[in-house]
Design a protein. Sequence first.
Length: 111
Amino acid sequence: NHAAGLTGEVKRHYINATGAIMEDIYEPSDFRAEIGSIVVLIDLVIGYTAIQSMALWARKHDVLLHIHRAGHSAYSRQKNHGMHFRVICKSMRMSGVDHIHSGTVVGKLEG
């Protein structure tokens, strides 16, 4: 790997396994586990029940579950009836997610 050779660091990647239905998520996730990937990435928009199902799958296959925050702004940016991103993060941890993409401190594409 060219980048690893230049920096001396091991490079990793997270391949998104998000799909429309659970079967569309399980199949590529199984493949990733078979080839030795240690992390499976899914998006928040798949829903809380599907996230918990993937957390159980991740434990069974001994991989980490990473969640991307895609879609969170639909309800975290609403000042009067929204949900703060910290609450989303806590609920993801309680659902079994190992780590979550939280973005920047100053906001998307800023700073």
